[in-house]
Design a protein around this ligand. Structure first.
Ligand SMILES: [Cu+2]
Length: 105
């Protein structure tokens, strides 16, 4: 009898931990550095493109700092995709993490 209760309890804990991890994995924030923005029109077009992307929840682009801070649902979109979207606007994402990418360009 006690064994059964323990099994049920363990099952519940397992389920709870599953929902907890999937909830925390949903929203991520990416800070992406961008070259070539000079005024509000520039940051506005980057913001517009990002906001039109599925999975993007919040966008803050600063042309002064050359930075886009993007909050996104990592089940729907990836940071790689966000970088592609920004590159598609004509501005250039500064790749800083992957050194191997610089060889290709
Ligand atoms: Cu501009």
């Amino acid at each position: 009898m006690l064994k059964n209760r323990v099994a049920v309890l363990l099952g519940l804990i397992f389920l709870l931990s599953l929902t907890a991890t999937s909830a925390s994995a949903a929203t991520r924030t990416a800070t992406i550095h961008i070259e070539g923005m000079h005024c509000k029109m520039c940051s506005a077009s980057v913001t517009k493109a990002l906001k039109a992307t599925d999975g993007v929840e919040k966008v803050e682009v600063s042309f002064e700092k050359g930075v886009a801070v993007v909050q996104y649902d990592d089940q729907k979109v990836t940071e790689t995709k966000l970088r592609e979207v920004i590159n598609g606007t004509g501005f250039k994402v500064v790749e800083e993490k992957t050194a191997s990418n610089t060889v290709a360009n």
